[in-house]
Design a protein around this ligand. Sequence first.
Ligand SMILES: Nc1ncnc2c1ncn2[C@@H]1O[C@H](COP(=O)(O)OP(=O)(O)OP(=O)(O)O)[C@@H](O)[C@H]1O
Length: 283
Amino acid sequence: MTDAVRTQGLFKRYGPQVAVAGVDLVVPAGSFAGLVGPNGAGKTTTLSMITGLLRPDGGRAEVDGLDVWRDQVQVKARIGVLPEGLRLFERLSGRELLHYSGRLRGIPKADVLGRAEDLLQVMDLAGAADKLVVDYSTGMRKKIGLAAALLHNPSVLFLDEPFEGVDPVSANTLTEVLQRFTASGSTVIFSSHVMDLVERLCDWVSVMNGGHIVAQGPLEKVRGDRSLNDTFLALVGGQRDGGDTGLTWLGAKNLGAKDLGAGDLGSRNLPGGDLGAGDGEPK
Ligand SMILES: Nc1ncnc2c1ncn2[C@@H]1O[C@H](COP(=O)(O)OP(=O)(O)OP(=O)(O)O)[C@@H](O)[C@H]1O
């Protein structure tokens, strides 16, 4: 089976800063794939290049075997994208936004109307369908953005931190929609910092650090007999011994009077404000 996504030596620099340093990303078709990595690892830059939003300086990217930059129209017809910092048409209502997105995609009007109502129902947005998008909450914006990205029934869905700022109920709704989507053979690739979520949802994971892929494959293989979080910390060098952080001053105001010296205490703004008898001892 063709891979849903395959990149070779994908490269991008911003001035002296190499953001993506030759990435070979692979996502098999039908996967629920997670792209994880610390802040600044290059996840957004990589996804932007694969979805045709940002031109690479080097390398190539394919979606369903089609070259993203050579076969732009075919690729765009096959993908749905929920980018980071999504900009929406704020002065349309949620329903109008879906109608507009569907018509832009060239879907016949009758189909657009039906699909839009289905998506509004599933996303629990039917009650807010006539509200302007500018008045939507963060979670509602994510949901209407996802609905717009799904309307044309894409083959591959790219989501940049789709669960950020989303409450647990809405996150559950998004999860159910995405699981239904992949169960029908379509592919989801999403970036996230929430390891528990990636571990729970994904069957494929790619780990980025410093503009490189440092691990990639089926979830069980990548994490081995550890949790994904432990594997991630080991891979990106995040394991600390819990020792000297150089922040000895942090929290010092919570020390008792004996530790601080009586003269220190009066001028400090202690949590709770009142130590009681004035002897500095907790009651
Ligand atoms: N438009 C830009 N101009 C200059 N540098 C940029 C730009 N966009 C990204 N970078 C740099 O490229 C590197 C990768 O950024 P990117 O946003 O792809 O990382 P990320 O993995 O998505 O991070 P995060 O998890 O924080 O969203 C970072 O060092 C970032 O500062």
